[in-house]
Design a protein around this ligand. Structure first.
Ligand code: CA
Length: 220
């Protein structure tokens, strides 16, 4: 499994790349945002570890460029402890997960396994309620004439809703379907996901029932 590490700090880069190699990953390490885009344009990687403060092109711009060009490679962003705004923006731009510096290598490896496993997905027929449809093999969602590739968590959210169209799912129920055991869930994580799916498709794609939860229309 091939990983692209984008990190300009030599000590962090060295430590992470050694640890990944120890865990039997193939690691390509670049230290500049522009170089990262060049590498990703012509080489396949199973995942990208992306620092945000980078020379050449900052990490969020790298991520935005990738997603705008339809590249769905899983991206984990690496942020500072006080970087909440960056994490939110990164998730909205299509990052799959994030790590907060300083992080333990065991956590990095677990998150990497999780994003690549989700990316692998299992093939199933499309789910649809007539207006909104979802392809589990490609994570592509379509609402009326607009389509978008969803991140694994956005996908999990829409998947959960489309399994029971017309049924309101409460926040806790959605969290249970999107996050694994022992995962810390930020209190507004579901709101971020809903926001980002609506932004990609349309506000009407997911309805909110104030104080109760969210739903998609009953099949028509
Ligand atoms: Ca940096």
């Amino acid at each position: 499994m091939r990983i692209l590490l984008v990190e300009d700090d030599p000590m962090i880069g060295e430590a992470v790349s050694l640890a990944l190699k120890d865990a039997a990953y193939a690691v390509d390490w670049v230290k500049n945002g522009l170089t990262a885009l060049q590498v990703l344009a012509d080489q396949e990687h199973e995942a990208v570890l992306l620092d945000l403060g980078l020379p050449g092109k900052d990490g969020l711009s790298v991520l935005e460029h990738l997603r705008q060009h339809g590249q769905t490679v899983p991206v984990l962003i690496i942020t500072a402890r006080d970087g909440l705004a960056d994490r939110v923006q990164g998730l909205d731009l299509g990052a799959d997960d994030y790590l907060i510096k300083p992080f333990e290598i065991s956590e990095l490896l677990a998150r990497l396994r999780a994003v690549t496993r989700r990316q692998g997905g299992q093939a199933q027929a499309c789910l649809s309620n007539g207006r909104l449809s979802l392809n589990p093999a490609t994570h592509e969602a379509q609402f009326e004439d607009k389509s978008a590739v969803l991140t694994p968590r956005e996908f999990a959210l829409v998947y959960a809703l489309l399994l029971r169209p017309g049924t309101i799912l409460a926040r806790a129920e959605l969290e249970g379907r999107i996050y694994g055991w022992n995962e810390e869930v930020e209190s507004n994580a579901i709101d971020f996901l809903i926001h980002s799916v609506r932004k990609k498709l349309a506000p009407a794609a997911i309805k909110n029932i104030r104080g109760a939860g969210w739903l998609v229309d009953r099949a028509s």
